[in-house]
Design a binder for this molecule. Sequence first.
Ligand code: PLP
Length: 244
Amino acid sequence: MKPAVIVIGGTDSSGGAGLSRDIATLTELQCEARPVITAVTAQTDLAVHAVAPMPPDQVAQQLSSAFATGPVGAVKTGMLHSGETIVAVAEVLANAATVPLVIDPVLVSSSGTPLLDPDGIAAIRTRLLPLCTLVTPNLPEARILTGSETPEQQANALLDLGAAAVLVKGGHGDGEMSIDRLFQSNLPAAEFAAPRLNVSLRGTGCMLASAIAANLALGHPREQACSLAKDFVAHKLQQAATGA
Ligand code: PLP
């Protein structure tokens, strides 16, 4: 039987990011996706035109129902929209069976519109990080969540807030290689590298976190789950670059 992964996030009518990207990734990696919708966005690749949030108690009901459907191999969060929604999600997660939780701390759309309200940033720090197996910020997200500048300082701050591990993604950095660095308490940092390609593909953060969640649900240990997911995304970027 395929392991089930619950994906909690927003829809993106352009199809580039959000839940449709999550579901496509999970399907390709032989997992069953159970979607929990936090908000419906009307957007193109260039702009977010409207955001309609789901009521937080309805999000909590979707999540409880997703757990009640059958065994769950992992949970992944993306766009959570508001502090209130995060509190509702965290309450269900704290009372659910313990499964790996991967947090992609989505703060802003690829086109620059905030996708999380200011209370949400505080709620990620206090309510979600203590529950998570892994948090996957890019460099700007890590800076906003911690106020720190270097990946080491950022990771230490997020570990101090209760995250079990932190993957600081290098996609927004520079250099020939895009290097993601995995920090775990009392272990040396691990690095996952892929060539930096001159290609724009939306939803790569969603894809990476969903692929990690899929690999965890399939039974891979954390470091290997990250490495396999990095290769998966690098392959998709390569295909986009060559028009394959
Ligand atoms: N979720 C939704 C609904 C979005 O619209 C976006 C970006 O626009 C994201 C998540 C994050 O996308 P990315 O994977 O590019 O960080």
